[in-house]
Ligand binder design. Structure first.
Ligand SMILES: Cc1cc2nc3c(=O)[nH]c(=O)nc-3n(C[C@H](O)[C@H](O)[C@H](O)COP(=O)(O)OP(=O)(O)OC[C@H]3O[C@@H](n4cnc5c(N)ncnc54)[C@H](O)[C@@H]3O)c2cc1C
Length: 438
C-alpha cells in the first residue's frame, strides 16, 4: 500500500524554537529487522515504544517518525496534561465514565511525571492545576455553575474564584470568574517529547526524518521509507489521524487545525506593569469561542485560539500570518498593560477527532494494535493509549484496558461533501452562539 499523504514540519513551533538545538536520531537506512515496530513518535508512540521495551526487555523495538519526534501535534500543543473530562454530565453512567477517564488520565500523568523525574527531563513540568474561566456572566451561569455541581458530584476538589480574586492571579481584567482545579500538569510540550525520545530504553531504536511511504501487513509488517525498510512481525500504529492513510479507521476521523502563539519574554518593566510573578494556565468555558492561555516560567504568554476544520491537514503561511494578527488583537484586549508585546512565534498543529469522541484503540489485525485519535487531549490520552496498546499486544494484564475499551470505538462519519458542510456549519454555529465568551 502506498501512503499518499505525509505530515510536514513547517518549523514554526515556538516551544521548540525557544529550546537549545537538538540533533535528531539518524533516518532509516538499509533493511532493518526488529521484533516490534511503532509508527509515529508523538505521545502515543513514545509511550508505546517505552512500554513495549519494558514488557519485553529481550526484544527489539523500532520507532519511526516522518519528522522529528514530537514535532507534529505532540510538541506543538498548549502543554496541559488534563486529568478531568471536558463534559461530565450528571447521570450515574456519565459519572462512572468520568471516573474511568480520570483513572486513565491520572495514570498517564503519573507515568509522565515518573519518566520526567527518572530521566531529569527539563521540560518545566509542574503540577500547578488550572483555571477554567468564563468571560461573561452568561458563561458563568451556563458553564461554570454546572461544572461546579459536576465536580461536587465527582467528589473532586475545586475552588471558585470570583472576578476580584481572579484579576490579580491572571493579571487580566477580562474574566468574570473561574473554577480552579488542582490536578493535571503544565509543561513545555516540545521539551517533554524530546526528553521522552532521548531517554528511550536501550532496546528501542528511534528513526527520525523517515516518512513511511509504503506499508504491507501480510506475513508480518514491512514499512518502507526512502531506500530503507523495517520488517517486524508486529506493529503498534500511533500515527494519529494519519492512520487512515494506512487503511485503518476509514471515514472515522475528522482533522482539525489548532493554532497557538508564544510572546517574547516580558522585560523587567513589562513584568512590573503586568504584576503577576507565578506561572498559571487557563482553559476557556467554550473551546470554540474562548482562548486557552498560559503564563510560563520564563515570562512569556501563550495564546491558543482557533479550532478549524482542516481536511487537508495543512495550514498555509498566509493563514498563519492572519492567525498571528488575530492572536495579537486578542492578547491586547486581555493585557492592555502590555501593548508592545508581540507574538514571537505562531504555529498550527493538526488534531484528530472522532464523531463520538472515542479513541482509535485496540487490535486492528492479528499483528497490528493501535493508539490513535486522541480527540485533542493527547498528552494524557495519547500516553495512556500507547501504554495500554503495548500491554494489550504483549498480553500484560492491566485492568485499565477495560476502562480504555469502555470509551468505545469511533463512529462512521457521513460522506464528503456532506461531512464538510455539516462540520463547518456546526463550527460556525458554536462560534456565533458562544460569541459572549470570545
Ligand atoms: C495548538 C494545539 C494545542 C493543543 N493543546 C493540547 C493540550 O494542552 N493538551 C492536550 O492534551 N492536547 C492538546 N492538543 C492535542 C495534542 O497535541 C494531540 O492530541 C496529541 O499530540 C496527539 O498525539 P499522538 O501521539 O496521537 O499524535 P501526533 O503527535 O500527531 O504523532 C503522530 C506522529 O505520527 C507521525 N506520522 C504520521 N504519518 C507518518 C508516516 N507516514 N511515516 C512516519 N511517521 C508518520 C507524525 O510525524 C507524528 O509525529 C493540542 C494540539 C494543538 C495542535
Amino acid at each position: 500500500m502506498k501512503i499518499d499523504r505525509l505530515p510536514s514540519n513547517d518549523r514554526t513551533n515556538g516551544w521548540s524554537a525557544i529550546l537549545p538545538k537538538r540533533t535528531p536520531n539518524a533516518a532509516l537506512e538499509g533493511h532493518v529487522a526488529a521484533d516490534w515496530v511503532v509508527l509515529g513518535a508523538g505521545y502515543a508512540g513514545l509511550a508505546a515504544a517505552r512500554r513495549l521495551a519494558e514488557n519485553r526487555p529481550d526484544e527489539t523495538v523500532a520507532l519511526i517518525d516522518a519528522g522529528e519526534a514530537g514535532e507534529n501535534a505532540s510538541g506543538r500543543n498548549s502543554g496541559f496534561a488534563i486529568d478531568l473530562p471536558h463534559n461530565v454530565g450528571s447521570s450515574l453512567d456519565e459519572l462512572e465514565g468520568s471516573h474511568r477517564f480520570m483513572r486513565l488520565a491520572r495514570f498517564a500523568i503519573d507515568h509522565l511525571q515518573e519518566t520526567v523525574e527518572a530521566n531529569g527531563i527539563a521540560c518545566e513540568w509542574s503540577l500547578d492545576g488550572k483555571y477554567h474561566t468564563a468571560v461573561s456572566p452568561r458563561g458563568v451561569k451556563e458553564v461554570l455553575e454546572p461544572f461546579a455541581k459536576e465536580l461536587e458530584a465527582l467528589g473532586e476538589p475545586f475552588e471558585w474564584v470570583d472576578k476580584e480574586a481572579l484579576g490579580p492571579k491572571l493579571g487580566s481584567p477580562h474574566f468574570t470568574a473561574a473554577i480552579y482545579t488542582p490536578g493535571g500538569a503544565l509543561m513545555n510540550p516540545a521539551a517533554l517529547t524530546r526528553g521522552l525520545a532521548d531517554s528511550l530504553p536501550d532496546n528501542v531504536t528511534l528513526y527520525e526524518n523517515s516518512p513511511v511511504t509504503e506499508a504491507t501487513f501480510e506475513n508480518g509488517v514491512q514499512l518502507t521509507s526512502g531506500a530503507g525498510s523495517i520488517r517486524a512481525p508486529r506493529m503498534i500504529m500511533s500515527a494519529n489521524g494519519y492512520a487512515e492513510q494506512f487503511g485503518f479507521f476509514p471515514k472515522r476521523f475528522m482533522h482539525l487545525a489548532a493554532h497557538a502563539s508564544l510572546t517574547r519574554q516580558l522585560t523587567e518593566a513589562e513584568r512590573d506593569a503586568y504584576g503577576v510573578e507565578e506561572p498559571w494556565g487557563m482553559t476557556p468555558a467554550n473551546a470554540f469561542a474562548g482562548i486557552t492561555m498560559r503564563y510560563t516560567n520564563d515570562h512569556r504568554i501563550v495564546v491558543r485560539q482557533g479550532l478549524e476544520y482542516c481536511p487537508s491537514q495543512i495550514v498555509t503561511p498566509t493563514q498563519q500570518a492572519e492567525i498571528k494578527r488575530r492572536h495579537k488583537r486578542l492578547f491586547d484586549v486581555r493585557f492592555p498593560m502590555l501593548p508592545d508585546v508581540e507574538m514571537e512565534h505562531t504555529w498550527s498543529g493538526v488534531v484528530c477527532l472522532s464523531r463520538n469522541s472515542a479513541p482509535g484503540f485496540g487490535q486492528l489485525r492479528s499483528n497490528v494494535w493501535s493508539a490513535v485519535c486522541q480527540n485533542a487531549v493527547g498528552v494524557t490520552k495519547g500516553t495512556f493509549g500507547g501504554i495500554l496498546a503495548a500491554d494489550m499486544a504483549t498480553e500484560r494484564e492491566n485492568p485499565l484496558i477495560e476502562d480504555m475499551q469502555s470509551l468505545g470505538e469511533p463512529n462512521p462519519l457521513p460522506p464528503r461533501p456532506f461531512l464538510d458542510i455539516g462540520v463547518r456549519a456546526r463550527f460556525a454555529w458554536e462560534l456565533f452562539a458562544n460569541r459572549h465568551e470570545a
